[in-house]
Design a protein. Structure first.
Length: 230
């Protein structure tokens, strides 16, 4: 059986260890670092990915579990998360390399020099592990009115996998949303300048303004192609 990393119990386990893991983050330059696009399923309009992908200096990889090696190794138990918090720099480097190997499997021709955006909304649950693995990681954190998100996840016919099983009842969807976003809110309060909070409703109402703000956050020059993504 696959290790349990996406259940409500697993998310609550990560939440218990969030502060401990965050305290072990070293401010070190480890080289190439992704930008993580996180949030919750149905909190990010598809046009955001299209808009980002249209910028010539950005490349987006969608819905790939590039962190699975580190998550399977440490998230399934409390002892595992304690072990993760105590990893030495050389041990962390092993999991960084495995991360980039998974990226290369999905995107072998990734452009050199482009900012790499890893889009997987439920990586919100693992922000504490991500920032220990990639101390300079930045996050585009998408949010939307909670009732809209919960109802959308409950009503959508997702393919039934480890994560989507949490949406089989409305009550489970609510509880899962609260647990995942609890980790997200707690994390971004600690990370501050490393997070760009992007509201679904703001993007819909002001696409150009949000595109400019994203470029500023990512340190990119403005490019009109972001508004011609269609």
């Amino acid at each position: 059986a696959e290790p349990d990393i996406y259940s409500l119990v697993a998310v609550e386990r990560v939440a218990r260890h969030l502060a401990t893991i965050m305290q072990t983050i070293a401010d070190e330059d480890i080289g190439a670092t992704p930008v993580f696009l996180v949030g919750f399923p149905s909190s990010e309009p598809p046009l955001l990915t299209q808009m980002l992908s249209a910028h010539p200096d950005l490349v987006v990889l969608e819905e790939k579990e590039n962190l699975r090696d580190v998550l399977q190794a440490f998230v399934p138990t409390d002892a595992g998360l304690e072990q993760f918090a105590a990893l030495r720099p050389d041990e962390l480097q092993v999991y960084r390399e495995r991360y980039w190997m998974r990226v290369a499997e999905s995107m072998p021709a990734r452009p050199v020099g482009s900012i790499f955006v890893d889009k997987l909304p439920l990586n919100t649950s693992f922000i504490p592990l991500i920032v220990r693995l990639f101390p300079q990681a930045r996050f585009i954190f998408t949010v939307r009115a909670p009732r809209d998100v919960v109802l959308s996840c409950f009503m959508r016919a997702f393919g039934l996998n480890e994560a989507m099983r949490n949406f089989l009842s409305l009550e489970n969807t609510v509880n899962y949303y609260a647990a995942v976003m609890g980790i997200g809110i707690n994390s971004i309060q600690r990370l501050k300048q490393s997070v760009h909070l992007m509201r679904y409703e703001t993007l819909i109402d002001d696409i150009e303004g949000e595109a400019h703000r994203l470029c500023d956050f990512l340190g990119l020059g403005w490019n009109e192609s972001m508004l011609k993504f269609q």
